[in-house]
Design a protein around this ligand. Sequence first.
Ligand code: AMP
Ligand code: GLY
Length: 431
Amino acid sequence: MFVIGGGGREHALAWHLRRHYPDTALYCAPGNPGISALATCLPISVTDLPSLANAASSLEIDLTIVGPEAPLVTGIVDLFEMRGLPIIGPTAPAAALEGSKVFAKGLMRRHRIPTAEHAAFDDTAFALRYLEGVPGQVVVKADGLAAGKGVIVCDDFAQARSAVEAMIVDRAFGDAGRRIVIEERLEGDEVSVFALVDGEAVALLPAAADHKRALDGDQGPNTGGMGAAAPVPLDRELRERIRSEIIEPTARAMCAEGRPYRGILFAGLMLTREGPKVLEFNCRLGDPEAQVILPLLGTGLPEGFSALREGRPVPDGLSEARGAAVGVVMASRGYPELSETGVPISGLEQAASEALIFHSGTSRRDGTVTTGGGRVLTVVGQGGTLGEARARAYRATDRIRFDGMHYRRDIGARLEAAAHARSAVVPVGRR
Ligand code: AMP
Ligand code: GLY
């Protein structure tokens, strides 16, 4: 099997495949020092699609799984399928669900999938005139991929105006911001929902909670994700609503529009008073959500995709979480604005007896593992409860050291408190 990518999510994917398919020959491109303990790493960039296909062909890879969105949106699945190479993931037309917010919002509107009200623009004057007419707060989003940064949640008109101008006029996000979406700002708790999708067939995985802000208590700037916890204890009725009002209609809509979806569908949802609504779709697993979901699965993802394709029931090991997991991202000095690299990391072996240590951004220099990016490690504690999982994750982070490291102390704390209160996480799901 072949994993495309080189971050914490892909380390977790490689670990998951190694665990469920111990005898498989495992490759990863480009991989990282953590992944190299589990798989043979090939020095190929995730955007070099022809070289990835050549490698899959010459190594006679039986299945390729793609971690990040960029190769999906630019057509890695289309290329592999054209060359007869087995791969799981959406084709480029299907990956537009993440690659173009204008397309995703239009699809949701056409098929009445619950999401924030919106309008799309490529002209500043029209956008500003629209802003003057909307009551309440808005969110301004760049249409294309902007490495998780193209979304500005605005408190007032002045902020919204500068967001529009920054995107369309100043091209703060390059061509990704040539078109923009302005949408209603929703209130509620966020949850990351993941489903295996094959045409109209879907199967939900356990849900996770991301922690996007840099500092404790959801303060500070937005980041790629400072930690995650799973499972989010959605009650049965809410899970059913998510399936029947969002995931299944989206899968049907993609088929109806001639872009059948096959792969992992990630719906970022806001649990509002009126029910779950879509904030965004992604065409892949989340990072750091993958690092907490994959360890809880009792069955391999490829087995789930085979079951969907053959019309068999998907094994319970994919829908039900075995215990709980909390993943703490340890970041470099300066992250998210900038990040220091090349700093030696100590304590990895000691920490590994307590938790899973997934490498997010590391390098190896003269035999020593050093920091190699903003998000350096995802330290995942597991346990029967979220409380146990949290305690393990933080005992492990206590053993790891690198100059300038910082991480949140409250990953999973809200979910744990909610579980203690024996209440559902959010009071929605009842009509
Ligand atoms: P996205 O990349 O679309 O998930 O947006 C990044 C973050 O912006 C989300 O995780 C939310 O916290 C926030 N966000 C996006 N859309 C909205 C919205 N309509 N209302 C409130 N917050 C939003
Ligand atoms: N954790 C959010 C994402 O992967 O997009």
